[in-house]
Design a protein around this ligand. Structure first.
Ligand SMILES: [Cu+2]
Length: 190
């Protein structure tokens, strides 16, 4: 009888613990967007384009997941980078300066290790000018450290990045630019 009672109360305790952790998880999801620290750039059209969209970065272990939903592009591939400065004010976005490159390396393919930290995969726009991407990138972080991208910028170019020409892959004009800002309440780290 005593064993039975202990078993009942143990099970009740497990159920309560389960409810508490599920509730805590829901609360965490609501405030953090379901993961680690997050930042976002709202793009503004530049160089006479009509490009619009949002790019988000979220911590996933040692990497960042970059997700973008873009419209108003010309069909095909477009260079897509993190640039050094968070200033998108110039009509041609030249105020964003060059690629984010804290290690002082040459421009290269986003999958390699000898490249700019800000090198990312080309966006590919469909016939209606829309491009979505979801990719994991390394060498970038949402912290205040040397790899930190907060208050830098995301730039989209008119042409494809060839992943080899210096210093920026011959990707042409800057057709959109957005400052990367922390999303309020999204985890710790900044
Ligand atoms: Cu660029």
């Amino acid at each position: 009888m005593k064993m039975h009672r202990n078993e009942v109360s143990r099970r009740a305790a497990v159920r309560i613990a389960g409810l508490v952790s599920a509730t805590a998880l829901l609360a965490a999801c609501a405030s953090m967007g379901g993961g680690g620290p997050k930042a976002e750039a709202r793009l503004e059209a530049r160089s006479g384009s009509a490009v619009t969209g949002t790019v988000s970065f979220q911590g996933v272990g040692q990497k960042l997941r970059v997700e973008a939903r873009i419209a108003g592009l010309t069909p095909g591939e477009h260079g897509f980078h993190v640039h050094e400065a968070g200033d998108c004010s110039a009509p041609d976005a030249s105020s964003a300066k060059g690629h984010f490159n804290p290690a002082g390396r040459a421009h290269g393919h986003h999958g390699g290790s000898d490249r700019h930290a800000g090198d990312m995969p080309n966006l590919v726009a469909d016939a209606s000018g829309r491009a979505n991407i979801s990719a994991e990138v390394d060498m970038l972080s949402l912290t205040e450290g040397p790899a930190g991208i907060l208050n830098r910028s995301v730039v989209i170019h008119a042409d494809p990045d060839d992943y080899k020409s210096q210093p920026a892959g011959n990707s042409g004009k800057r057709v959109a630019c957005g400052t990367i800002r922390a999303v309020a309440g999204a985890g710790a780290g900044y």
